[in-house]
Design a protein around this ligand. Structure first.
Ligand SMILES: NC(=O)c1ccc[n+]([C@@H]2O[C@H](COP(=O)([O-])OP(=O)(O)OC[C@H]3O[C@@H](n4cnc5c(N)ncnc54)[C@H](OP(=O)(O)O)[C@@H]3O)[C@@H](O)[C@H]2O)c1
Length: 290
């Protein structure tokens, strides 16, 4: 298939690009710098120079593909508006087609809010943290547009071997010997997935255009932060000291997005397993390199 990826150089997007190329898909990736262009080439993708903020710079690429994947995020104040404008461009392109354009959009586990013991499945109410409420709003037109065949993929907290992903903050503290900072509570649970397993979910959904709607992707439904901390300490010469920061503190210090890691969440990924035969290769983060 011909696939256009926005954010194909990112933490998740680079794994998705590699997975698609490895399965003989032709991948065109948006890039805004020489470094990103080089990265896409090294992953085996075809760079398309442009900027997420200027859909006119990449809209022509959509005409060449069967699938578009949105994994770009600029994490600035105008992130919601930039994302909405990108969606509008995708919808406009789809109008000129005879068959629906396949779209994979990225949401996230934080759109479910705190779940406690009730694991969130795709039909669970969405109670996004305010910092990411826009994502749920932006996803709606994608699901309602008859010119599109859309999936909203909700990745669990994603980790990997190049810096750790969601573990990176605690890994950095462990490496420096500083007390590990726990956000919220040591009992908070995080749904987890390795990015290679997540990338396979994107590929499978790209290849199966009849599968639409919301899809959760988690290999472990809810891992206590205590277990993550213990594993990080086990891998470093560290005295095990940690300090708990409450939600108010971390949101004030790091920004409103920092509410996300303080949520006690469990997420169920049965739907994608049944719909596409997806299964994680890494079912236990303690067995992975990170
Ligand atoms: N990481 C997680 O655990 C997780 C979990 C659930 C959901 N998500 C969601 O998944 C999405 C991707 O997350 P991530 O962690 O992979 O992010 P990331 O590593 O920061 O990657 C962001 C990507 O967006 C691109 N980008 C940013 N601004 C751009 C612009 N103006 N023009 C073109 N490209 C631009 C970056 O390209 P450059 O190479 O130019 O920087 C990069 O490829 C986000 O929406 C995030 O909220 C992440």
């Amino acid at each position: 298939m011909n696939i256009f990826i926005l954010g194909g150089t990112g933490s998740i997007g680079s794994a998705v690009t590699a997975e698609l190329v490895a399965h003989n898909h032709r991948v065109i990736g948006l890039c805004r710098s020489d470094a990103s262009e080089q990265k896409l080439r090294s992953l085996g993708a075809h760079p398309w120079r442009g900027d997420l903020r200027r859909p006119s710079s990449w809209r022509a690429a959509l005409a060449q593909v069967d699938v578009v994947i949105q994994l770009a995020a600029n994490f600035d104040q105008d992130m919601a508006a930039v994302d909405a404008a990108a969606i509008t461009a995708i919808q406009q392109e789809a109008r000129s087609r005879l068959t629906p354009l396949r779209v994979l959009y990225t949401g996230g586990c934080w759109l479910y809010g705190e779940t406690g013991d009730q694991a969130a499945c795709e039909s669970s109410p969405k109670r996004p943290i305010p910092a990411f409420a826009w994502m749920q709003e932006n996803a709606l037109p994608l699901l309602q547009d008859p010119g599109l065949s859309s999936c909203i993929i909700h990745p669990a907290m994603t980790y990997h071997e190049e810096g750790g992903g969601v573990f990176s903050r605690m890994l950095g503290q462990a490496a420096s010997g500083a007390p590990l900072e726990v956000w919220g509570s040591i009992h908070t649970r995080w749904p987890l997935v390795h990015r290679r397993d997540l990338a396979r979910a994107y590929r499978l959904l790209a290849e199966q255009p009849d599968q639409c709607g919301h899809f959760n992707v988690a290999a472990q439904g809810g891992v206590p932060v205590r277990d993550i901390l213990d594993e990080i300490i086990r891998r470093h010469p560290h005295d095990g000291a940690y300090v708990v920061r409450n939600r108010k503190y971390v949101m004030f210090k790091y920004g409103t997005w920092a509410e996300g890691p303080t949520l006690d969440q469990q997420m169920n990924a049965d739907k994608i397993q049944q719909a596409c035969g997806w299964a994680p290769e890494i079912r236990d983060f303690t067995q992975a390199a990170f």
